[in-house]
Design a protein around this ligand. Structure first.
Ligand code: NAD
Ligand code: ZN
Length: 391
């Protein structure tokens, strides 16, 4: 089959690889009909995530048709059309039972790698390095889905791929980020990053009752989507002399009630000392993460507010204003999304017409052109906000 393989930093190629097969009784094999490139894939593309091996198949946002199931899978049969969560979870361990599927105890065979750096390991992830399990991803014609009896969700035939594909990751991720803000009537939520995750966080904040949502980015097309598709007020941080002052004045002098960092470890600087420091340290391989958006979110947040972090961080964060967070009594909420928990509810919102997630798509390309698609999405060229690949 054809699959998109990682060959090194900024080097991905569509290659011929062996077809996947059933390895365990709870596996299924999917023929992928649509798959997307995520901001998280860019961290792999840019070489920020350790333990990648040349030839690894990428892709964790995908859906398709079941073509084969293992002997223990009773919930699916060949022909079923499903969307698959990017987090792999057994459904039976204590973490899964608590609804924390991205922290599953049983799905990462390489848990020891993360235990060394993080103390304990989260779940395995599709197409996301060996420390997250070394699972082949879904930017491919076929993919093996472990624990297929608990992850994949069947989708109605009337809904096209583009309306349900993002249940695999970015819609639940934006939703959980907003839910983590514990939104109360009248709340103002600020969202750093108007990429796909930020845009879904904005939409979700309104679905959860926010009165106003402010989107922050520097890419004009993404700011336009935030305004016109998601009803946000927007700030271009590159054209704003003092972002914190601007947020203060937009919130009656008190700061946003919830601040969502939908940027993560590759934040662009805003001319501050901290941002230059991050660049110098990451270039010298002395740090892994650039945390300018997170610093600003902490500083901007109102006293007693919530900083919600869907953006991915990997290492030890330097010049993190922990004192400000402490002094203002902030709550931090973060982590990989518990996709399994959100899929049924969010599918019903799509079915009921409360949201059409396809609004984020700017590019549709065949899988054969995936290498070009990565470059376009990475460079944010041609007003690219989200790429869907068709195998
Ligand atoms: P993306 O790269 O398309 O979007 C990031 C956006 O942030 C860009 O539009 C960029 O211009 C903007 N940005 C950069 N620096 C900024 C700054 N200082 N202030 C404001 N905006 C800034 O990525 P995405 O697909 O939207 O994903 C966003 C983050 O969410 C990534 O870190 C990704 O890995 C992470 N993510 C996490 C989960 C999870 O389970 N928690 C799931 C999916 C994605
Ligand atoms: Zn993703």
């Amino acid at each position: 089959m054809k699959a998109l393989c990682w060959r090194g930093t900024h080097d991905v190629r569509v290659e011929q690889v062996p077809d996947p097969s059933i390895l365990n009784p709870r596996d299924a094999i999917l023929r992928v009909t649509s798959t997307a490139i995520c901001g998280s894939d860019l961290h792999l593309y840019d070489g920020f995530i350790p333990s990648m091996k040349s030839g690894d198949i990428l892709g964790h946002e995908f859906m398709g048709e079941v073509v084969d199931v293992g002997s223990a899978v009773r919930t699916l049969k060949p022909g079923d059309r499903v969307v698959v969560p990017f987090t792999i979870a057994c459904g039976q361990c204590e973490m899964c039972q608590r609804g924390l599927s991205s922290l599953c105890d049983n799905s990462n065979p390489n848990a020891w790698m993360l235990e060394k750096t993080y103390g304990y390991s989260g779940s395995g992830l599709f197409g996301y390095s060996h420390m997250y399990g070394g699972y082949a991803g879904g930017q491919a014609e076929y993919v093996r889905v472990p624990f297929a009896d608990v992850g994949p969700i069947k989708v109605p035939a009337e809904l096209p791929d583009e309306q349900v594909l993002f249940l695999s990751d970015i819609f639940p991720t934006g939703y959980m980020a907003a839910e983590n803000c514990n939104i109360q009537p009248g709340d103002v939520i600020a969202v750093w990053g108007c990429g796909p995750v930020g845009l879904f966080a904005i939409k979700s904040a309104y679905l959860l009752g926010a009165e106003r949502v402010i989107g922050i980015d520097r890419v004009p097309e993404r700011l336009r989507l935030a305004r016109e598709e998601c009803n946000a007020e927007t700030i271009n941080f590159e054209e704003t002399e003092d972002l914190l002052e601007r947020l203060r004045s937009m919130t009656g002098g008190r700061g946003p009630d919830g601040c969502i960092d939908a940027v993560g470890l590759e934040a662009h600087g805003s001319g501050s000392l901290g941002a230059y420091y991050d660049i110098a340290k990451t270039v010298a391989f002395m740090a892994t993460d650039r945390l300018e958006a997170l610093r600003q979110a902490i500083m901007a947040c109102r006293k007693g507010g919530v900083v919600s972090i869907p953006g991915v961080y990997g290492g030890l964060l330097d010049k993190m204003p922990m004192g400000a967070a402490f002094a203002k009594g902030l709550t931090f909420k973060m982590g990989q999304t518990h996709v399994h928990r959100y899929m049924p509810k969010l599918l019903s919102l799509v079915e009921g017409g409360a949201i059409d997630p396809s609004f984020v798509i700017s590019h549709r390309l065949p899988l054969d052109r995936a290498a070009e698609a990565y470059k376009i999405f990475h460079d944010k060229a041609h007003d690219c906000t989200k790429v869907v690949l068709q195998p």
